[in-house]
Design a protein around this ligand. Structure first.
Ligand code: AHR
Length: 555
């Protein structure tokens, strides 16, 4: 079937014409209002597992109270690292974790966090003076960094979780020589250097090299990472990466990229790099940060005033936030196009090393958790539409890191002392595991648009969206229905192979504000559902405000 025929068909069913299907279908007499067509012959690229990556910064309760509980804690731990977190990261096959920041990275000296803990200095955390701190918060490692969690502790945490570490170097305050020595500390063979010797000291000695591959050269160098121009940053990038010890590791450097849609930064960096070095071989990835935070509805763009509440939100705020998050698609396309003007072979991949929802303070589970926020079903939808966007751009996105892992913005986990829960976003990451390493294929969605009122004016948002990938004989389709009240009844057609048996997992709740709490940790959970399929056509009802994964066997 040609694309035009498919769209004509979709228009017909949108108009309410009954779709007759082969006998045996439970929904054979229901009018489908939507169609999904999966084009197996139109491959986009292999989905890098690393787009399902994470980010952990020394910020509020991420490290202290989140990852790190200390060896003497009553909280079950391995060498001070929270066991429950490690177990859950294994469940979602966490591929990579970025650390130590964020803005914190450009104020951090890795040498403070090595060797015996009693000898490690205490420093003022980058976030100590943040406006968002609730009044009367006590001092502690969240404000005055103890450095008890340093390079060995972080990379051990990665090893336990099965993830790779992605370290961000301090460009604002330290030198290229300092990065050289951090790489030496992490990766030089046992017994070869003073760095390797230091690695084998302290309470968590590690003899064998960590072989860290991913290195970020600064963070948000246009802002907290040095307030540089793109031209100035390109000089720093070259200086930091010009000569580094490799020890047989395929070192992959990530340049600090743009803030949202700032095309000038991308153009400035790439044009300067092209002037000096014709090849882009020295850059693995170019960063991109995009948060969905602006609920000002065009009335204000103020960083504080325009933020909404994590748990209490209106229908319009629900759609508006998803709309904000959905800008990810155009951001990827826009930056990719500029990058390609200089890097014609597209050697450099996009690394979306911070993304997620950012709300105003007030829903954190403990006052020490700066930027901590609750996570509802709305955030699950935001996560699924974002991960689907990355899948659809598998040829462009090499890595992505949701911000941040635990007790912070768009977290998969919330913890305080011995309490630990997963958020709805965790379930989305688990549902998407079969996409990792799959071949993304083009998929066409056709569904009635959502209509809502935005600042007293009619506004629209797409009705269904998602992505599909193939792994061997298994096809995985993930779909988001953003509509708060309407079920979408879809007919799903697979082009290029015969669809066999299918099964579904659905994450939806009657109320989109639903979330897990320490008292009710399993309020939001996915459920398995029957799938009706006959003659290669699948029928499925996507509930309101839902994330669905369909796994279809290909004959
Ligand atoms: O994730 C919180 C902060 O957001 C990071 O530290 C910074 O890189 C970004 O502005």
């Amino acid at each position: 079937m040609k694309r035009r025929q498919f769209l004509q068909g979709a228009a017909a069913i949108s108009a309410g014409i009954l779709v007759e299907r082969a006998s045996g279908l439970t929904h054979s007499s229901v009018a489908a209002d939507s169609r999904i067509e999966i084009l197996l012959g139109e491959e986009i690229g292999t989905i890098s597992p690393n787009i399902y990556g994470h980010f952990a910064e020394h910020l509020g309760g991420v490290v202290y109270d989140g990852i790190w509980v200390g060896e003497n804690s009553k909280v079950p731990n391995t060498g001070g690292i929270r066991n429950a977190l490690v177990e859950h990261l294994k469940r979602i096959k966490a591929p990579v974790i970025r650390w130590p920041g964020g803005c914190f990275a450009d104020s951090y000296d890795w040498r403070d966090g090595i060797g015996p803990r009693t000898r490690r200095p205490r420093r003022t955390n980058f976030w100590a003076d943040a406006q968002e701190w609730p009044k009367g918060v006590t001092n502690g490692p969240w404000k005055f960094e103890t450095n008890h969690f340093g390079t060995n502790e972080f990379l051990r945490f990665c090893q336990l979780s099965g993830a790779e570490g992605y370290l961000a170097a301090n460009v604002r305050g330290l030198t290229a020589q300092n990065l050289y020595e951090w790489i030496e500390y992490c990766n030089s063979p046992a017994g070869s250097t003073t760095g390797a010797e230091q690695r084998s000291s302290g309470e968590m000695p590690v003899r064998d090299p960590f072989r860290v591959k991913f290195w970020g050269v600064g963070n948000e160098s246009w802002g907290c990472g040095g307030n540089l121009t793109a031209e100035e940053y390109s000089v720093e990038y070259r200086r930091f990466t010009a000569a580094v010890p490799r020890y047989g590791v395929d070192l992959s450097f990530v340049a600090s990229g743009s803030n949202g849609g700032d095309a000038n930064w991308t153009r400035g960096f790439f044009s300067r790099m092209a002037e000096k070095n014709r090849s882009f071989n020295g850059i693995y990835g170019f960063g991109l940060h995009h948060y969905a935070w602006n609920l000002g509805f065009g009335k204000t763009n103020d960083w504080f005033a325009a933020k909404g509440d994590a748990v209490r939100f209106t229908d319009a705020e629900h759609y508006e936030l998803l709309h904000e998050a959905d800008r990810m698609e155009s951001l990827i396309n826009e930056h990719w196009t500029i990058m390609g003007e200089y890097d014609r072979q597209h050697h450099v991949k996009l690394v979306v090393d911070e993304w997620g929802a950012w709300y105003k303070p007030g829903s954190e589970v403990n006052p020490t958790h700066l930027l901590g926020q609750q996570s509802t079903m709305r955030d699950a939808l935001l996560a699924s539409l974002t991960l689907d966007t990355f899948n659809r751009h598998a040829d462009k996105v090499g890595m992505a890191n949701v911000a941040q892992l635990i007790n912070c913005l768009h977290s998969l986990f919330l913890a305080h002392e011995d309490k630990f829960i997963v958020t709805p976003t965790f379930h989305v990451f688990e549902m998407f595991v079969p996409h990792m390493g799959g071949r993304a294929v083009r998929t066409i969605f056709s569904a009635p648009e959502v209509q809502y009122t935005r600042a007293d004016r009619p506004a629209e948002f797409w009705g269904l969206s998602g992505s599909a990938s193939v792994n061997g004989k298994q096809l995985t389709l993930t779909v988001t229905n953003p509509h708060l009240t309407e079920t979408r009844e879809a007919e799903i057609a697979v082009r290029g192979a015969r669809a066999g048996t299918a099964r579904a997992q659905v994450l939806s709740m009657p109320d989109v504000h639903a979330h897990n709490t320490f008292d009710n940790p399993n309020a939001v959970q996915p459920r398995s559902e029957q799938v009706a399929a006959a003659s290669g056509v699948i029928a499925f009802r996507f509930p309101p405000a839902s994330v669905t994964r369909l796994q279809i066997a290909l004959d």
